[in-house]
Unconditional design. Structure first.
Length: 280
């Protein structure tokens, strides 16, 4: 049996499309709080879990700057608790991390072996969560991703669609470069990984995943509006003209060679994935 934590989030919702209730337990924060070590241990004592897919995270990048304790509680302490469970029961944790562990100073796509240098409280907490897993877990697969979106919950795509209904134009940053990731495509890759590994998997690996291609937030927003056929102009602006609490990396394109080679997966372009999300 699989356990999906953070099941009410957009990735958790996409995983529900792939795994039925007979194959996975889907636990939201209300069902299973990963920061509560006592309840976590009680859960594992009473359920035969073979793999943990950890989608639980504090992900509000700006609010994290003023809520350091809560951010660290979820992204560090919670992951540490799962790592200890992994060691105790000798099970795999498949953990979702972020491209914000990098400082954005590269001019080529980031490889898993490149130096990490997070700029924000959120990025630092996610990196420390990775380190907890690599140090304490029996086995772990960490997938760094970014710019995640789906039809579910709050994300960049849904925010742009909502704002465009009431505004004739939107200003969007054009000097932060990365790659959008359709949550359904990430969920499919997770399912492929689980099929291809054995339950006695005992390694600790870091992988990158996003869709293919490169975009700025402006490019992403422009394509959202174009595909949705909404009457709204998208204007490019510089990061310095859009004030936020947390500093963002300017470049977080991820090299996905390792995950493609190890698991034989093919990855579609981000615009093709976006088209499916918006039109299907």
């Amino acid at each position: 049996m699989l356990l999906v934590t953070g099941a009410s989030g957009q990735l958790g919702m996409e995983l529900k499309k792939i795994y039925g209730k007979d194959k996975a337990i889907f636990a939201s924060k209300n069902d299973l709080d990963i920061t509560d070590n006592i309840k976590l241990n009680h859960f594992f004592e009473n359920n035969n879990i073979m793999i943990i897919i950890n989608c639980a995270a504090y992900t509000n990048v700006d609010e994290a700057e003023n809520n350091i304790e809560l951010c660290n509680k979820v992204n560090i302490t919670g992951v540490q608790n799962l790592a200890k469970i992994s060691k105790k029961y000798k099970i795999l944790v498949l953990h979702i991390s972020t491209d914000y562990v990098y400082d954005g100073e590269n001019n080529l796509p980031y490889k898993e072996t490149d130096n990490t240098q997070p700029l924000s409280v959120y990025g630092k907490s996610k990196l420390q969560g990775e380190l907890e897993l690599l140090t304490l877990a029996h086995s772990a697969i960490i997938i760094r991703s970014g710019w995640l979106y789906s039809k579910f919950n709050k994300n960049f795509v849904n925010t742009i669609l909502k704002l465009s209904k009431n505004k004739s134009e939107l200003n969007v940053i054009n000097d932060q470069i990365g790659t959008p990731t359709y949550a359904y495509d990430l969920a499919k890759v997770i399912s492929i990984i689980i099929i291809k590994i054995n339950y006695d998997y005992n390694k600790k690996e870091i992988y990158h995943f996003s869709n293919e291609g490169v975009a700025s937030w402006y490019d992403f927003a422009y394509e959202i509006i174009r595909l949705s056929k909404v009457n709204c102009n998208i204007n490019p602006i510089a990061s310095k003209d859009y004030q936020v609490l947390a500093k963002r990396p300017y470049y977080t394109v991820l090299d996905k060679s390792k995950i493609k080679q190890d698991f034989g997966i093919k990855i579609r372009h981000w615009s093709d994935a976006l088209t499916e999300c918006l039109i299907s």
